[in-house]
Write a new protein. Structure first.
Ligand SMILES: [Zn+2]
Length: 363
């Protein structure tokens, strides 16, 4: 199997921070009998042939016919065993992307799954579903927010089968609420064209673009140093001007208090800490830790700004990228009725989902 085109497509989309960040997104190519899918924890931007897992398509199809436990944790464990047993790769150490089963559902050769900021402005918005219907009609299948992994694949299987019955062909584009986009076609060129069309149509709808402008601020740098000292963690300030606009008061900060995508939860934690002032900051953080089982990674300070706190600089920089991405999603979502966060049930599922902690441990 020639994987060159798959690798090139993955690297091209992965290199663009507007399309995917850190270890997010995944891609695949298939033959009649095999699926070649990105392994979990690899980055699209740097993906090589060593980070692609070969899988048996028939075995993947059989997973959809199985009955699993109704308990989330038991079901995901049973599902993982079956996913792992579908691997035919000689290297047994690699674990396929959590979305491998979904890739297999498409009848077309290539699949691209990414989390573009602009597209998530739509998928994380209150009017997203209606706007998608109005703009793309039956070219796009809208998948409501649901638990990733087995439940998502099963739901997509049902929806895709229904679509096929109705229109006579397999859908090529799926928009996943609070998540991202799947595009599938027999050639990479067609995937590129379909993606460009979606992007162009959304750009026309956007009334306000997020501003990337940064303002360096010595005071914030000092605060970050102070927090680094007292918390013994790496704290870095966010200089993005747009983010600062939300820090005016308890009302303006609301859109940034909840997560919009699984990626955000994986790298920034489910909830930020909001502080009205810096009094007793250490004690407040310890209280947060007691309540949430972890220290906050995102610290929002009223009238001041945003700080990222992590174990080391690399992790802090990654969390900062995901936080800034969330700010941009919120701004884009204003053009589609305002931002709509994930449900509490879904947030808790992702926090406790073994597959995501595996992914974040890799990158
Ligand atoms: Zn995804």
């Amino acid at each position: 199997m020639k994987l060159d085109e798959l690798i090139k497509m993955s690297n091209d989309y992965g290199a663009n921070s507007n399309y995917v960040l850190a270890g997010g997104g995944n891609t695949s190519v298939k033959s009649e009998s095999k699926l070649y899918v990105k392994c979990s924890g690899a980055q699209l931007a740097t993906m090589t042939s060593d980070e692609i897992v070969e899988m048996d398509r028939q075995k993947l199809n059989q997973i959809l016919q199985k009955q699993y436990s109704t308990d989330d944790i038991v079901r995901e464990r049973e599902y993982l065993v079956d996913i792992m047993s579908a691997i035919t790769d000689s290297n047994k150490k690699k674990r396929p992307s959590v979305e491998a089963l979904l890739h297999n559902l498409f009848s077309y050769r290539y699949v691209l799954h990414i989390h573009p900021t602009l597209i998530n402005g739509l998928t994380c918005s209150k009017d997203g579903k209606e706007a998608a219907k109005r703009l793309f009609g039956k070219d796009v299948l809208w998948i409501p927010s649901c638990k990733p992994g087995y439940i998502l694949a099963q739901y997509c299987y049902e929806q895709m089968s229904e679509f096929k019955k109705k229109y006579g062909y397999t859908v090529k584009i799926m928009l996943l609420q609070n998540h991202g986009i799947f595009i599938s076609a027999d050639t990479v060129e067609e995937i590129n064209d379909l993606f460009k069309n979606i992007e162009a149509a959304l750009k026309k709808e956007v009334k306000k673009e997020p501003r990337e402008e940064e303002i360096k601020d010595e005071k914030k740098e000092k605060t970050a140093e102070f927090l680094t000292g007292i918390m013994e963690r790496k704290v870095i300030p966010v200089y993005m001007k747009e983010a600062g606009e939300y820090m005016k008061n308890t009302e303006t900060v609301q859109p940034l208090l909840s997560p919009y995508t699984p990626d955000y939860i994986v790298y920034c934690g489910p909830y930020p800490l909001y502080l009205e002032d810096m009094n007793d900051v250490k004690e407040t953080m310890r209280n947060f830790e007691r309540e949430n089982g972890m220290l906050p990674k995102i610290i929002l300070v009223e009238g001041d700004g945003v700080y990222i706190m992590e174990n080391n600089l690399d992790k802090a920089v990654r969390a900062k990228m995901l936080f800034e991405d969330a700010v941009k999603i919120v701004v884009y979502a204003e053009s589609f009725g305002g931002a709509k966060p994930m449900s509490e049930e879904l947030i808790q599922f992702i926090v406790h989902w073994e597959a995501e902690s595996y992914r974040s441990s890799k990158i």
